[in-house]
Design a protein around this ligand. Structure first.
Ligand SMILES: [Zn+2]
Length: 289
C-alpha cells in the first residue's frame, strides 16, 4: 500500500512546486504593471489631466513621437521583502539589453533639454528620438547605470532631489558633479525634498521648485532647465510656478509617447518594464498616443 502512495504524493508535490514557480515567474515579470506601484503613485497620476488640459490655451496641435522612458532603480535588489523597491527596479542586465535593443534598432537617445529645443524649433528631430530618464538620483545610477551609458556612449537625464544627496542610498554631490561633467548626463530637478506638489501650498511649492533649481545649478555650474513632479503630482498652480521659474519642461508619469508644446509641463512618460528585444520594439512601435 505504501509503495503505491509514494509516487502519487511525489507527483502532487512536484505539481505544487511547479505552480508556486509559475506564480512567482508571472509576478516578477509584471513589473510594469501600474497596479504594483500604486502604493507609490496615485492611480490618477497615469491619466491625462483633463481638468487642466481643458483650461489651457491650444498653442499647437502638432505632436511628435518621442518616448520618454521612466526608470527608478537599476540594481539587484538585496532585500527581497522591499516590494516597492522591487516594483520600481529592473536589473542592470535587463537595462543593458534594452540599450542594445534601442541602438540596434536605430533609436537616438537624447536629453530632455534637447526635446525642449525640438519643441521650440531650435533643433532638428534626430532619427527615432528616445529619452531615458531616471528619477530620484539613487546611488545605483552612479554604480550601475552610468558605466553602461559610458560603455555605449548614450545620453540620459536624471531628476535629482538635492536635499537627499550624500544620504544613504542616494548619489553623493561629487558623483552628481562627475556625471554632469561627462556630457552624457543632463541634471534636472525633482524638488528639494521629494514632496507631492499636488497637495502642497503655493508658498512651499514655490520654494521646492525654485530652490532645487538654484541648488543644483550651484552644484554643477550649469543651468538646470527641466523638472519632474515627484509622485507625478501636480496641479494648475504647479504648472504656473514651474513655467515662472524658467523651466523649459516638466515631466509627469502620465502614460504616453507623443509630446507637444501643449504638454511641455506634463510630458508623458512610459515604464518599459522588463521588455527587451522584439518585445520592446513592438511595444514602442505599437504606441499610438
Ligand atoms: Zn521621484
Amino acid at each position: 500500500m505504501k509503495k503505491i502512495w509514494m509516487p502519487i504524493l511525489l507527483g502532487l508535490f512536484s505539481i505544487l512546486i511547479l505552480l508556486v514557480g509559475i506564480y512567482f515567474y508571472i509576478h516578477d515579470n509584471n513589473s510594469d504593471n501600474q497596479q504594483m506601484i500604486l502604493p507609490y503613485y496615485e492611480k490618477e497620476a497615469f491619466q491625462p489631466p483633463k481638468n487642466i488640459v481643458q483650461k489651457l490655451p491650444v498653442i499647437s496641435s502638432e505632436k511628435i513621437k518621442v518616448p520618454i522612458l521612466l526608470y527608478h532603480y537599476v540594481e539587484y535588489v538585496q532585500d527581497a521583502k522591499d516590494t516597492i523597491r522591487k516594483s520600481l527596479d529592473i536589473t542592470p542586465n535587463t537595462f543593458e539589453k534594452q540599450i542594445q535593443t534601442l541602438l540596434d534598432n536605430s533609436y537616438t537617445p537624447i536629453f530632455i533639454d534637447e526635446l525642449a529645443d525640438i519643441l521650440d524649433g531650435k533643433m532638428k528631430m534626430p532619427t527615432k528620438p528616445i529619452i531615458l530618464t531616471f528619477d530620484d538620483g539613487y546611488a545605483d545610477f552612479y554604480t550601475d547605470v552610468f558605466p553602461l551609458l559610458a560603455k555605449y556612449k548614450i545620453k540620459a537625464t536624471i531628476y535629482v532631489v538635492p536635499g537627499f544627496l550624500d544620504k544613504l542610498n542616494y548619489m553623493t554631490k561629487k558623483q552628481v558633479q562627475e556625471v554632469a561633467g561627462s556630457g552624457l548626463v543632463e541634471i534636472a530637478s525633482h524638488t528639494i525634498h521629494h514632496i507631492n506638489l499636488k497637495y502642497t501650498k503655493a508658498q512651499l511649492a514655490q520654494k521646492e521648485i525654485f530652490e532645487s533649481k538654484s541648488q543644483l545649478e550651484q552644484l554643477i555650474g550649469k543651468s538646470v532647465n527641466n523638472f519632474a513632479y515627484p509622485y507625478g503630482g501636480f496641479n494648475e498652480d504647479t504648472i504656473k510656478l514651474v513655467e515662472k521659474d524658467g523651466y523649459k519642461t516638466a515631466a509627469s508619469v502620465v502614460t504616453g509617447s507623443y509630446q507637444s508644446v501643449s504638454n511641455r509641463y506634463f510630458l508623458y512618460r512610459l515604464r518599459p518594464g522588463v521588455r527587451t528585444g522584439k518585445y520592446l520594439i513592438n511595444w514602442l512601435d505599437s504606441l499610438k498616443q
